[in-house]
Design a protein around this ligand. Structure first.
Ligand SMILES: Cc1ncc(COP(=O)(O)O)c(C=O)c1O
Length: 362
């Protein structure tokens, strides 16, 4: 008898999301659980987005606008690009999946950094695509020189997370420019900027400055992080119109709900929500870095909204001990870090609880 699924599905290890609060309360018999596991916005969504969602909810008997016409135009205006250069998806995750499906075939190979976002590997394997991983350099940093050297004729797509998840580090302008110059134009470069809005670093390259020069560059952003809209599933890519045209061929006709479209338009107007989130996050990141380093952990300076704690020993007992205290963090073994925890910057009282618990446990 033939196997029910191809071998690459049989051996696929699914993505493990952060543990939900309710499940933790039930399993560990604890209350007042805090979740610092999924890099969500601890301040919640923009009230303006919530209002737009409520209004859109009254019209959900109708199919959404399949072209996301108004959202695409509003985003293009916000970003200073053409509407034809914007592609919206049900989370940037959908665009990762679609890009693999659209631009690669079975014999193509993807190039990844080891230790980076695990979804690239999951999405590639679920399409039966091969990938190679280039080790990071010291400091939990992408090694773009080594990645450029690893390009072969089989390489069809490269994934770059900047800032990276889970390590929270970023690479600078000159590194990106050198890398892009080394990549042939028939190799798609997916530059994933899920944490773009949090970056406070003069050397950080804005992917949108490069896609006109590089027709093979696709920049991904999301509403799941700083905009606090992870639950509505909304992300976008910016790229030359030709690339967007291909994605529009392969996407589902109604890939974005009307709720997501309404929320995405309204959230862009809430400048105050963005500013408050950014300032809170920066303050809390510095607090977490200082306190965790004081416990002897080599925490790199975060460019995102979470910190990466290399514990130097297996993560599971510490993760469990935190759960018993009602604190959900994120082990990241799938990314290749069996000894590390990723901790999202929460509200100050939550971060204090985390630090105190870590002090007790370590
Ligand atoms: C680097 C990176 N890319 C993409 C995503 C997926 O985001 P979305 O919620 O837009 O699918 C995440 C979410 O954790 C991420 O960290």
């Amino acid at each position: 008898m033939r196997a029910l699924v191809p071998d690459y599905i049989e051996t696929l290890k699914p993505y493990v999301p952060g543990k939900p609060i309710e499940e933790t309360e039930r399993e560990y018999n604890v209350t007042h659980v805090i979740k610092l596991a999924s890099n969500e916005n601890p301040l919640g969504p923009s009230p303006m987005a919530v209002e737009a969602i409520e209004a859109a909810a009254r019209r959900v008997h109708l199919y959404p606008d399949g072209a996301s016409y108004y959202l695409v135009r509003r985003l293009a205006q916000h970003l200073g690009v053409e509407p034809s250069e914007v592609f919206v998806g049900s989370g940037s995750n959908e665009i990762i999946e679609l890009a693999i499906r659209t631009f690669t075939s079975i014999d193509d190979v993807a190039l990844l950094s080891a230790g980076s976002f695990v979804m690239y590997k999951v999405a590639l394997q679920s399409h039966g695509r091969k990938f190679i991983e280039v080790p990071m350099k010291a400091g939990y940093q992408y090694d773009l020189k080594a990645m450029a050297a690893a390009l072969t004729r089989q390489t069809r797509v490269v994934f770059l997370a900047n800032p990276d998840n889970p390590t929270s580090t970023a690479f600078g302008k000159s590194e990106l420019e050198e890398f892009l110059a080394a990549v042939p134009e028939d190799v798609l470069v997916i530059l994933d900027e899920a944490y773009f809005e949090y970056v406070d670093w003069a050397e950080y390259p804005n992917g949108l400055d490069y896609f006109h020069k590089h027709p093979n560059l696709m920049v991904l952003r999301t509403y799941s992080k700083i905009y606090g809209l992870a639950g509505v599933r909304l992300g976008y890519g910016v790229m030359q119109a030709r690339l967007a045209t291909y994605l529009n061929r392969t996407r589902m006709p109604f890939n974005l709900t009307s709720i997501a479209q309404a929320a995405g338009i309204a959230a862009l107007d809430d400048v105050e929500h963005l500013r408050t989130t950014r300032e809170t996050t920066w303050r809390e990141l510095r607090y977490l870095e200082t306190e965790l380093r004081a416990l002897g952990l080599p925490v790199p300076t975060s460019r995102a909204n979470f910190v990466f704690a290399d514990l130097g020993r297996p993560t599971a007992p510490i993760y469990e001990a935190l759960l018993r205290r009602g604190i959900i963090t994120r082990p990241v073994p799938g990314s290749g870090w069996p000894n590390a925890l990723r901790i999202s910057a929460g509200l100050h009282t939550q971060n204090e609880r985390l630090v105190n618990a870590m002090r007790e446990i370590l």
